[in-house]
Design a protein around this ligand. Structure first.
Ligand code: ADP
Ligand code: RBF
Ligand code: MG
Length: 156
């Protein structure tokens, strides 16, 4: 994918409220405007990278882009699980991301348990992959030094 690494940011909006939080995997959802701006080669699927809430610290993350086949959604969403335990929700705040690499396509599962197991293995994959020096470097990119919603940049 030519567009990787891909930098983007947007306000955290309410998602489907399916209780992903209760499963221990909350996902911060982006508005449609951010999803609409994705370049054509950033297709649906599961990605890993770095995330930053407001002007806070950078954390590892996993992002799901697509129609969530397990739920037969008709709406394309982009949602990020930040690999960090936050004290409070951050609806309305600006989330800045760099998508660094691709993990797998979206798929459907026989049960919710299987979906959750797959997400846990994505999280483990992200943690490992992001330790590579060329990926660690992106965490300190100048992009993360501002949280202005209008500053949308592409990686290169
Ligand atoms: P929704 O359907 O509204 O997206 P979720 O159950 O997916 O609800 O919860 C997402 C919300 O949880 C985020 O918008 C954010 O405010 C909060 N949150 C707390 N911790 C995290 C985290 N580690 N990663 C992503 N979101 C988190
Ligand atoms: N939904 C699917 O239907 N299929 C998937 O393969 C899938 N993979 C995901 C991987 C990650 C890392 C994350 C954070 C979410 C994934 N989801 C997937 C989305 C999941 O269904 C969604 O977070 C909940 O429905 C809450 O909106
Ligand atoms: Mg969500």
């Amino acid at each position: 994918m030519r567009s990787l690494p891909y930098f983007c940011r947007g306000e955290v909006v309410r998602g489907f409220g399916r209780g992903s939080k209760e499963l221990g995997i909350p996902t911060a959802n982006f508005p449609d405007s951010v999803v609409a701006q994705l370049p054509a080669d950033i297709g649906t699927g599961i990605y890993y990278g770095w995330a930053c809430v407001g002007s806070g610290r950078r954390h590892k993350m996993v992002t799901s882009i697509g129609w969530n086949p397990y739920y037969n959604n008709t709406h394309k969403s982009m949602e990020t699980h930040v690999i960090h335990t936050f004290k409070e929700d951050f609806y309305g705040q600006v989330l800045s991301l760099v998508l660094v690499g691709y993990i797998r396509p979206e798929r459907s599962f026989k049960s919710l348990d299987d979906l959750v197991t797959a997400i846990h293995s994505d999280i483990e994959a992200a943690k490992q992959k992001l330790e590579q020096p060329e990926h660690l470097k992106l965490k300190d990119d100048v992009f993360f030094q501002t949280a202005e919603p209008e500053v949308i940049m592409n990686g290169h």
